[in-house]
Design a protein around this ligand. Structure first.
Ligand SMILES: [Zn+2]
Length: 79
């Protein structure tokens, strides 16, 4: 499995960061940015984006995010 890095700062990306980028910017994106750079770009805070990721996981409304059925899954994903 290849590792993706932020196109702006070079940080190694988590699956959720890539999924959120696809969700908010472009489904077909080949390059992504980390939450920090994406937050700057969208003029929101990193915390806003983290909440959004959590929202998608909890509700399961977006196919890019695996649905969380319990808190254990949340802990595993965010570490
Ligand atoms: Zn970055």
């Amino acid at each position: 499995m290849s590792e993706f890095t932020c196109m702006k700062c070079g940080a190694v990306l988590k699956t959720d960061e890539i999924a959120l980028y696809r969700k908010l910017i472009s489904r077909g994106a080949q390059k992504y940015s980390c939450l920090k750079c994406l937050a700057e770009y969208l003029n929101v805070t990193k915390e806003d984006l983290e909440k959004l990721i959590e929202y998608y996981h909890r509700t399961g409304v977006c196919s890019l995010f695996a649905k969380w059925d319990d808190e254990d899954q949340k802990d595993q994903t965010l570490k």
